[in-house]
Design a protein. Structure first.
Length: 201
């Protein structure tokens, strides 16, 4: 797992993300943004805050603001937080998902992990860790779901070497259901989905 910390070593990926996101913000929104907005609209006042895990360049702070929903973004990279705080009027904290506790989450939150599992070598394990925090709702975006065994492969993105994670469908669904969550999928393309989970009790 030599590339596990590649996102922590340079500000360039986040600057590139920001440049791309600003263009998208002023033109046609990408499909996963529309999923996020649709859930906020559907759930209405039951969602008071967005908790963005692996917030990257922080674009969801602006989308949340436009939807009149409070927001906090977490990322394990100090470079990500630097970009966020320099560009958005919102709350951000340098914190990885492994360090989060139940104190970071309220029942009226929507947890968002936008392509976070996709760039980890251990996406199933990361999801299991987050579900143990017992969030009421979690939106995992751009999740790769396949019939093959769960696995990761090396991948180049934003000028760094990182990972591309593929979740075995049965394993993924078992993780969610065993933790007490229902499952709703929105297909984005061939094997990439937005997955919304809500606690059943």
């Amino acid at each position: 797992m030599k590339n596990i910390d590649s996102w922590k070593t340079s500000i360039v990926p986040y600057q590139m993300q920001l440049e791309m996101n600003l263009k998208e913000l002023s033109s046609v929104y990408p499909p996963h943004w529309n999923t996020f907005i649709s859930i906020l609209k559907e759930k209405g006042e039951s969602i008071k805050r967005v908790v963005d895990i692996g917030c990257g360049a922080g674009i969801y702070s602006e989308l949340s603001k436009r939807m009149n929903v409070d927001y906090i973004g977490y990322d394990y990279s100090p470079f990500a937080i630097e970009v966020c705080e320099s560009n958005w009027d919102a709350s951000f904290e340098c914190l990885g998902y492994e360090s989060m506790t139940t104190d970071h989450i309220n029942d009226d939150d929507l947890l968002v992990a936008n392509a976070m599992f996709d760039v980890l070598p251990n996406g199933d394990e990361a999801l299991s860790s987050i579900l143990k925090l017992n969030p009421k709702r979690i939106l995992s975006q751009r999740v790769r779901i396949v019939d093959d065994k769960s696995h990761s492969v090396g991948h180049s993105a934003y000028g760094i070497e990182t990972y591309m994670y593929f979740h075995n469908k049965k394993t993924l669904f078992d993780i969610c259901r065993d933790a007490g969550y229902n499952i709703s999928l929105v297909r984005l393309n061939e094997n990439v989905y937005d997955m919304y989970n809500e606690r059943e009790n």
